[in-house]
Design a protein around this ligand. Structure first.
Ligand SMILES: Cc1cc2nc3c(=O)[nH]c(=O)nc-3n(C[C@H](O)[C@H](O)[C@H](O)COP(=O)(O)OP(=O)(O)OC[C@H]3O[C@@H](n4cnc5c(N)ncnc54)[C@H](O)[C@@H]3O)c2cc1C
Length: 254
């Protein structure tokens, strides 16, 4: 089993991840805003029910977050096998939250890329690094810290973030706040289509990843970051590679 395939390089899509999705979907008809409610599967293929519409196919690749498989968002008829259900339930999805601040002008050193400290806003970085026209700094935390920030109302959370940032940058709070053009909290645990940031595997449950990835019959195939047992789970590249794996499995039976 490989533990890491990403290497040491870091890359960032300047225009945002939307550009990657545009490229991938260029040749395919994609139906947006079409939540799937039910998947019927059997020897005669797959029927996917979404908002009263029904789609028929020989195979189906399921890529929704494992948190949504856990809460039964999609009804499978017949039900998934019990060991697959065990694998689904074994994962833990943790909260992930960002506090993002856009400033009138950069108040930090142009070489600043990352700050770590022991406060509630433990990690900060500068998404606008290298772009003279923007001055954006963001805090990103997960698990218990994210839960604590999520429990505050958005204004209180953003004020708390400014206070910690003012101490970290050594800028008086009033001066820092005067420079803020816009700020926003993004909480993935509150997003009904994510219900968290990343799926992780508790100790002793390592087999849940390959089991979640296992095809069911010749009809159902599974991809998405949680299924990335032979590449990098919890990442975009791991999710993409798991999609390639599921596509190969699918082609092998077609
Ligand atoms: C704040 C944050 C920062 C991150 N930063 C990085 C990073 O810098 N680099 C990196 O590599 N990874 C990063 N990740 C992780 C990365 O975003 C995920 O691992 C990756 O997006 C997982 O892809 P996926 O396709 O498995 O799931 P998702 O991207 O969650 O896609 C699942 C899709 O299923 C859809 N869906 C849900 N329910 C239904 C339904 N019933 N019917 C139809 N569709 C449904 C959702 O709308 C969603 O579009 C970050 C994650 C977070 C939360």
């Amino acid at each position: 089993m490989k533990s890491d395939t990403a290497g040491h390089g870091e890359s960032r899509i300047r225009e945002g991840y939307g550009r990657l999705l545009d490229w991938y979907r260029a040749d395919y008809p994609i139906h947006f805003n079409s939540l799937v409610q039910e998947i019927q599967w059997g020897d005669d293929g797959v029927r996917v029910i979404s908002n009263g519409q029904s789609y028929q196919a020989r195979t189906c690749i399921i890529t929704i977050p494992v948190s949504l498989l856990q809460n039964g968002t999609i009804r499978f008829t017949p039900s998934l096998p019990s060991d697959k259900q065990w694998a689904i339930n074994a994962f833990r999805m943790e909260a992930a939250t960002k506090l993002i601040y856009r400033f009138r002008e950069r108040l930090w050193d142009e070489n600043l890329t990352f700050i770590a400290h022991t406060g509630l806003t433990a990690r900060w970085w500068t998404p606008s690094y290298g772009r003279e026209e923007d001055a954006v700094i963001a805090c990103y935390v997960t698990a218990e810290r994210a839960q604590k920030i999520d429990a505050l109302d958005e204004t209180t959370a953003l004020d708390m973030g400014s206070q910690e940032l003012s101490a970290l940058l050594d800028i008086p709070l009033k001066e820092l706040q005067k420079g803020v053009l816009a700020s926003k909290r993004l909480a993935w645990a509150a997003d009904p289509l994510a219900l968290g940031g990343y799926a992780h595997v508790p100790p002793g449950m390592a087999e849940c990843r390959p089991l979640l990835a296992r095809p069911e019959g010749n009809q159902l195939f599974f991809a998405g970051e949680a299924t990335a047992y032979d590449t990098n789970p919890q990442t975009v590249h791991g999710a993409i590679e798991s999609g390639w794996r599921a596509a190969r499995e699918c082609l092998a039976v077609l």
